[in-house]
Design a protein around this ligand. Structure first.
Ligand code: IPE
Ligand code: IPE
Ligand code: MG
Length: 245
């Protein structure tokens, strides 16, 4: 099957768990860090291809709340890599009219990372071609716990009554309040788990698992995932017949 490039056939929101950098490097007898820097090249290729394909929202899992328990050295280098990449990529984001957005517990990130992110988010805020969201220090359970905390405070202050709490109000208290639900979730490196990513937002996402390690993931692999997505029937609880009618 050939991939349809019609905007209607594309996932409006594509999310990716970029996994396998460490194993990629270890297979080459190199330090894990080497894998992370090659992972950046894959990010660049996938971001550019996603814009070309008219995908409106691309969300990348770059660092989880659980990743804080990795060795300090690895965390430090990942943060440095992030700052350097943001600096060098700003021009390309502007050129491709990409808006940068960030989700996660941003206050936990080093000051320098926070200020770099703020700068790039501000510089790209009027771009309309695609919203690129980086999930940094992000955990789905923490996001839900925060939303519940905010709602509980509002109930206590008589700003909302408990009867009015529904799915859309919960949505408005998530980091992803301005993003649509995920249509397609890709995870690389052969792992078949969610690892605390966008738990609420993937309720009806199509899942695609690729064995390719993230630094080896190219636009060709992205196309394969999109073809698989386009072959699926998304029923959202209905019957096939209802979808035709
Ligand atoms: C994904 O690759 C990048 C981050 C989680 C930051 P990993 O670093 O998890 O690589 P593996 O899974 O150990 O191979
Ligand atoms: C998920 O990958 C987090 C990111 C890709 C940023 P991990 O490598 O941290 O997940 P687990 O530990 O294999 O579940
Ligand atoms: Mg991993």
């Amino acid at each position: 099957m050939i991939m349809s490039t019609s905007k209607n056939d594309m996932p409006k929101h594509l999310a990716i768990i970029m996994d396998g950098n460490g194993r990629w490097a270890e297979l080459k007898g190199k330090n894990r860090i080497h894998g992370h820097s090659y992972g950046v090249k894959a990010v660049q290729e996938v971001v550019e291809e996603a814009v070309q394909l008219n995908i409106e929202y691309l969300t990348l899992y770059a660092f989880s709340t659980e990743n804080w328990s990795r060795p300090q050295e690895e965390i430090g280098i990942l943060m440095k890599l992030l700052v350097n990449t943001l600096r060098t990529e700003l021009e390309k984001l502007l050129e491709n009219r990409i808006r940068l957005n960030v989700i996660g517990n941003i206050q936990q990130l080093p000051e320098i990372v926070q200020s770099e992110l703020e700068y790039v988010v501000e510089q790209t805020k009027n771009n309309k071609e695609m919203t690129l969201t980086l999930a940094l220090s992000y955990g789905g359970r923490e996001e839900l716990a925060n939303a519940l905390k905010q709602l509980a405070c509002k109930v206590k202050d008589n700003l909302i009554s408990p009867e009015n709490i529904d799915q859309s109000i919960i949505n408005e208290h998530l980091y992803t309040q301005n993003l649509p639900d995920v249509d397609l979730l890709i995870r690389t490196s052969g792992e078949k788990r969610i690892s605390n990513f966008l738990l609420w937002q993937i309720a009806y996402a199509e899942l695609y698992f690729s064995k390719v390690l993230w630094p080896d993931f190219t636009k060709k692999h992205l196309h394969k995932a999109l073809i698989s997505y386009q072959k699926r029937e998304r029923r959202f609880g209905k019957t096939s017949k209802q979808l035709l009618g």
